[in-house]
Design a protein around this ligand. Structure first.
Ligand code: ZN
Length: 202
């Protein structure tokens, strides 16, 4: 199982971190050991003083595909949920300064909690509203109509380089409102008003 992540896929988030908006999808990956399921808590790692939450729509691949055409791309998605792309922002900034890869800042153990899965069929081809609450207050609210690269473009682009396999996940990028987590915080993730994810920081 592979976990793909897309960086800077909402212009308002690229702007809040003073990043340029990319001309093609920016891809990175997390290993299977990053995955957290069933609302298990997230234990704050000791190696970072500035872990950020990034609430994102996550897609699950339903069948294998390579060089997928945009017009058929949505047929390869079986399920959708919300997840958090936990990011050690202090380590990421150091990596960026040195021009080094991001793995230690993005792909560490338990950096990818995902919520309860919904059948993708009901959402296919529609604008999808999603959001993240921190301690009961909205911190992020997004709409897929604001995606820089649509799900179809992401699927086509990813499958040029990587065979997409059944069960692979795609974190599709975060809207504005990212911020630091603290021990004791709790996060709830929603799609179309439905709560799918709970994550307590311990
Ligand atoms: Zn992200």
């Amino acid at each position: 199982m592979k976990i793909f992540c897309i960086g800077r896929n909402y212009a308002d988030h690229a702007k809040e971190l003073n990043n340029t908006v990319p001309s093609e999808p920016m891809i990175f990956m997390k290993p299977a050991t990053a995955l957290v399921k069933d609302d298990a808590p997230f234990y704050h790692p000791d190696f970072s003083e500035d872990v950020h939450y990034e609430g994102e729509i996550v897609l699950r691949i339903g069948k294998n595909g390579k060089n997928i055409q945009e017009s058929y791309a949505l047929d390869y998605i079986s399920a959708i949920t919300i997840g958090i792309d936990f990011t050690a922002r202090d380590l990421q900034n150091k990596c960026k300064e040195k021009g080094h890869p991001w793995e230690i800042a993005k792909a560490f153990d338990h950096s990818a909690p995902v919520g309860k899965w919904l059948d993708f069929q009901a959402f296919s081809g529609k604008d999808i509203q999603f959001g993240l609450q921190k301690n009961g207050e909205w911190v992020q609210q997004g709409d897929t109509k604001d995606l820089i690269f649509s799900f179809e473009i992401l699927m086509a682009h990813l499958s040029t380089f990587f065979t997409l396999q059944q069960g692979d996940l795609i974190f599709t990028g975060t809207p504005a409102g990212v911020g630091k987590i603290n021990i004791g915080d709790s996060f709830d993730g929603f799609i179309s008003g439905q709560k799918l994810l709970h994550c307590a920081i311990k």
